[in-house]
Design a protein around this ligand. Structure first.
Ligand SMILES: [Zn+2]
Length: 140
């Protein structure tokens, strides 16, 4: 099946541009560019051979190796081989998770500061925000 640029972008952003199976970073401009860094293909989570549709909810970006080795296995089985239990967060969910993590980090930093040394509480809040924001939300 051939996808439009718009469809490819939507599929790519479903996982923030990571392979939904192994979580490797993909390059949006390297769609079907075999041999290039971050090359990817559209993967049918529920395989076409098992009645999987071309609807967006069934389509994910995957690195070429994962897509071609998955075959008719389920996404759950394919992800488990890489120690993953779910697809990476979408672009929007990732952004929300980063903000939430930043708040949690601020709270943790502030509370730690109150108990350890009040004069450095502000600095610990800032450290908490930064650690919370930069932490990979897919590690949760
Ligand atoms: Zn992969």
């Amino acid at each position: 099946m051939r996808f439009s640029e718009q469809q490819l972008e939507k599929i790519f952003l479903r996982t923030s541009g990571y392979c939904h199976i192994c979580h490797k970073k993909l390059g949006i401009n390297n769609y079907a560019a075999e041999g290039k860094r971050g090359a990817w293909e559209v993967e049918h989570s529920n395989p076409q051979a098992k009645g999987g549709t071309h609807r967006l909810t069934n389509l994910y970006p995957a690195c070429i190796r994962c897509n071609r080795t998955k075959g008719t296995k389920s996404s759950r089985v394919a992800r488990a081989k890489h120690g993953k239990t779910r697809a990476p967060l979408s672009h929007l969910k990732r952004r929300k998770a980063k903000v939430t993590n930043a708040f949690k980090g601020a709270l943790l930093g502030g509370v730690t500061g109150i108990f350890i040394a009040v004069d450095v509480a502000g600095a610990l809040v800032l450290v908490g925000v930064l650690i919370g924001y930069w932490r990979n939300p897919d590690a949760d």
